[in-house]
Design a binder for this molecule. Structure first.
Ligand code: A3P
Length: 290
């Protein structure tokens, strides 16, 4: 398996196979009872998926098991060469109510999601930790372009020359969309600070109630240490040819503030300056440590 070629769709970098399938992805038919988990890559998607799955299965761990991680929540735009999975195929075979996953920026979300008013949970993470996580992930997965050196990768991230495009546009686009649609906008740092509070927000959004003991069970099962051992969450069900976790594990650190171990003082200053420019005028703010 070779690292994929990339191509832009409306200024957003995608794998070539995704862009070849773009018409089908754009025309994806959402349903009113779909729940979509949306995020920029490496922002806490899998964590949110695990929480949602546990909630939907009333804390029954057995019911959260699937043949592999990708079967859990169809990843709508994610297409690999046959016979590997295609999110669109999985989604079309899935009985309703469906829970789906996407990393698409709001402006490229298939418009049927807006039209059908499907519920969406968006999770965002501060850009520095997101960048570090994305860098390591890109080193270990063979499904994405090579990140190059750390210095090169910082530039790729800042200029949005990474899969799914600019982090800045992504978080801002979804932030603006939340005022017009049924979107619960979560932050990775809030989840880390007080996971119980954030799980309760998700419960409320899903209009579900839960006994305290089930809530505590979900809290335990979705902690970093337990998820790291869970094959449904740690992506070890995928072959090494797709993810080589000996290079860097999928469940890597799970901590806000790890960026401090990577950015030099100068890189951090440059990054902050650029951040101020790109985020100017937005009410959205991030915590880079908790
Ligand atoms: P790190 O690489 O910083 O460790 P995504 O699922 O969007 O790809 O995000 C992956 C990131 O979320 C990884 O970050 C991973 O360790 C972290 N993560 C996954 N589950 C977590 C949990 N239960 N608690 C904290 N972080 C978690």
């Amino acid at each position: 398996y070779i690292q994929p070629e990339t191509r832009e769709v409306n200024g957003v970098l995608m794998t070539k196979i995704m862009s070849d399938n773009w018409d089908k992805i754009w025309n994806f038919q959402a349903k009113p009872d779909d729940l979509l988990i949306a995020s920029y890559a490496k922002s806490g998607t899998t964590w949110t998926q695990e929480i949602v799955d546990m909630i939907q299965n009333d804390g029954d761990v057995q019911k959260c098991q699937r043949a592999n991680t990708f079967d859990r929540h169809p990843f709508i735009e994610w297409t690999l060469p046959p016979p590997l999975n295609s999110g669109l195929d999985l989604a079309s075979k899935m009985p309703s109510p469906r829970t789906l996953k996407t990393h698409l920026p709001a402006q490229l979300l298939p418009p049927s999601f807006w039209k059908e008013n499907s519920k969406i949970i968006y999770v965002a993470r501060n850009p520095k930790d997101c960048l570090v996580s994305y860098y390591h992930f890109s080193r270990m997965t063979k499904m994405m372009p090579d990140p190059g050196s750390w210095e090169e990768y910082i530039e790729s991230f800042k200029t949005g020359k990474v899969l799914w495009g600019s982090w800045y546009n992504h978080v801002k686009g979804w932030w603006d969309a939340k005022d017009k649609h049924r979107i619960l906008y979560l932050f990775y740092e809030d989840m880390k600070e007080d996971p119980k509070r954030e799980i309760q927000k998700i419960l409320k959004f899903l209009e579900k109630e839960m006994p305290e003991e089930v809530l505590n069970k979900i809290l335990y099962h979705t902690s970093f240490d337990v998820m790291k051992q869970n094959p449904m969450a740690n992506y070890t069900t995928l072959p090494t040819i797709l993810m080589d976790q000996s290079i860097s594990p999928f469940m890597r650190k799970g901590m806000p503030g790890d960026w401090k171990n990577y950015f030099t003082v100068a890189q951090n200053e440059e990054f902050d300056k650029d951040y101020q420019k790109k985020m100017a005028g937005s009410t959205l703010t991030f915590r880079t440590e908790i």
